[in-house]
Design a protein around this ligand. Sequence first.
Ligand code: SAM
Ligand code: SF4
Length: 327
Amino acid sequence: MLIDNHNRRINYLRLAVTDRCNLRCHYCMPSEGINFVKNDKLLTIEELQVLAKSLVDQGIDKIRITGGEPFVRKDLMVLLRYLSSLSGIRELSITTNATLIGPYIQELKALGIMNINLSLDAINRDTFEKITRRDQYDVVYNNLMTLIKEGFQVRINFIVLEDQNVQDIIPILKLQEQYPVSVRFLEEMPFNGGSKHFENIKWHYKAILDYIRTEYPSFEKLAAPNTSTSINYKIPGHLGTFGIIPSFSRTFCGSCNRLRITATGDVITCLYGKPKMNVKDLLRNKVPESVLHQAIEEAIGSRARTGFEAQKEHTAVFESSMTSIGG
Ligand code: SAM
Ligand code: SF4
């Protein structure tokens, strides 16, 4: 079992499989993209398999595949087939922009990978295109509808962006009124490849909740595991639920159970901190599992207590992009 230096059990891995993406969401990266790493710097599928197995042996029982956009990686299904066969994983899920998932939906269902987080920051096509800088709204919306029809547990991630998509907050709630999905509103974080810096946000979780209350004055707070980052609510009569994720306010650090590994093998123990180490060379040198285990234990043994503490590891502003970190 992995226990950090603040006595928190770490059982949730967010594994990025690429830093590349076919969208250019401006809260995530500049229009020209970032300096994407060379292919040989990305962990291979075999290396990702060895790494995941080693971490599962250490007590990781929940893995979320992220990126970049996971489905730009042509060999993604090879990894997913392997992970879905690994005993010890209680939950396997994917975070995706849903532009490329269409051809894989049936196989995902057959593999039992039914938890999909889908990023959709607008319900209006023009707003979507302005935010993502790409013309993919219809593809995403159709894939969303297919996922719902096929019985996937879909959580829609919507980042509330000042002066850009606030007008879509109430309309996007219609999705959870009509379908059994969860719409989760996230606070914007300053990981956009250095194109925009901010120290405060207008649309923090309390402001988002107050705004929703103007349209829906009564909703019920739902019980959630203490490791959940979202605070979830149910509006009477609606089929689904909605949630708020205080990703900038960081109210959930005390129960954080997450470990992040980037597509290049950087081990990140807090989203707001710097990588603790890199596992690529260990994997390429085919070290025994015990060596990998020790390296991970050391990284987890020096975790910051909170995101605010981790932030001090950066001297000035955040230059990183969420497409490299994985979200
Ligand atoms: N491409 C996939 C997607 O967009 O869902 C997976 C990778 S993306 C980096 C993972 C998550 O990070 C997405 O839900 C995205 O909305 C979120 N994200 C990216 N940049 C962010 C930012 N600056 N603040 C808050 N969330 C962000
Ligand atoms: Fe791509 Fe996801 Fe970043 Fe948007 S948030 S640019 S879809 S990696």
